[in-house]
Design a protein around this ligand. Structure first.
Ligand code: ZN
Ligand code: ZN
Length: 329
């Protein structure tokens, strides 16, 4: 089968490898769709740790073709993979903090993932999707599950104001989740095309800068969701929170990167700064929302490309205005 494998920093290629055999407890799926994530680009340029050689792709779904010993999932079932596979016995797992597992082996990072024709992963990490679903929607379950965890942390209430910083896939999903929760939502993103997309998927306001955001909502937001993953927006987030407000950091900055905050301001205005990492127990809810068609996903798909073009697309930065590129092997 064909697979897009990372061999080292800057070295990602389409190659021929044997179709994997599912071990006991695993499923083998034929991959239908796999999203290209910012993390894939970080892995290729070495700003996110990896153990090459490995087939990338951690946001995918497909059809079960073979079940390993002890697995009851039937061939033909459409599933999405939760890539994060916690160990269940480390100190963090044992106190319920499974997303902080010390031995997490993520499919598409620590073991072969979804930029391939076929993929195996633990069957307990398969979440069932309906037969009639657009296969590309299945590739949104993982980023949606991470966004749901972030929104759980920030806990927007009906009638509150939420600012979402960043118009990538996480930002666009956060806009939709907060609007569904009954909040008034503002998207802050520099690109005009992303502002109009944000308004189409449920944002009530869309602006380009901090100054513009403050002009529209002078007292700030009850909740600010940082989904851009750049230092400037992380620094901006607490400033845009209203007195007593909350900030959730969802964006991923490079390891070692620093930002400046003003503790006096955080303290005197009692602004809470929270973080959200991965998707602890939220993949099922994400799969249910995707299955029920509760979210606008088609408009977030900027392009669909064949496996043969995946390596080049990952090596290059996302195209201007691109929200999500999806590989359909
Ligand atoms: Zn991702
Ligand atoms: Zn663990």
């Amino acid at each position: 089968m064909k697979a897009t494998r990372l061999y080292g920093i800057g070295d990602i290629r389409l190659t021929e490898v044997p179709v994997p055999t599912p071990a006991p407890g695993e499923v083998l799926i034929r991959v239908e769709a796999c999203g290209i994530c910012g993390t894939d680009r970080h892995l290729v340029n070495g700003t996110f740790p990896s153990k090459p050689p490995v087939t990338l792709g951690h946001e995918f779904s497909g059809i079960v073709v073979e079940a390993g010993a002890g697995v009851t999932l039937l061939p033909g079932t459409r599933v999405t993979c939760d890539p994060n596979t916690w160990c269940g016995h480390c100190a963090n797992c044992r106190r319920g903090r499974v997303n902080l597992c010390l031995n997490n082996v993520a499919t598409g990072l620590g073991r072969d993932g979804g930029f391939a024709e076929f993929c195996t992963f633990p069957a307990q990490k398969a979440h069932i999707l309906p037969e009639g679903l657009d296969p590309r929607h299945g590739a949104f379950c993982e980023p949606l599950a991470c966004t749901i965890h972030g929104i759980d942390r920030g806990a927007p209430q009906a009638g509150e104001r939420v600012m979402v910083l960043g118009g990538g896939v996480i930002g666009m999903l956060a806009v939709q989740l907060c609007a569904l929760a009954g909040a008034e939502v503002m998207l802050v993103t520099r690109q005009a095309a992303k502002q109009s997309l944000g308004l189409r998927v449920g944002a009530h306001e869309a602006v380009a800068t901090e100054a513009e955001a403050r002009k529209v909502w002078p007292e700030g937001a009850d909740l600010v969701v940082e989904a851009a993953g750049v230092a400037a927006t992380v620094e901006m987030a607490p400033r845009l929170a209203r007195d007593g407000g909350r900030v959730v950091i969802l964006g991923v900055l490079d390891k070692g990167e620093r930002v400046q905050v003003e503790p006096f301001d955080l303290l005197f205005r009692e602004v809470q700064v929270l973080t959200a990492f991965l998707n602890p127990f939220t993949q099922d809810r994400a799969a249910a929302m995707v299955a029920a068609g509760r979210l606008q996903l088609d408009t977030l798909i900027s392009r669909t490309l064949p496996l043969a073009e995946a390596a080049e697309a990952i090596l290059n930065p996302a195209r201007a205005g691109e929200v999500r590129a999806i590989v359909t092997p």
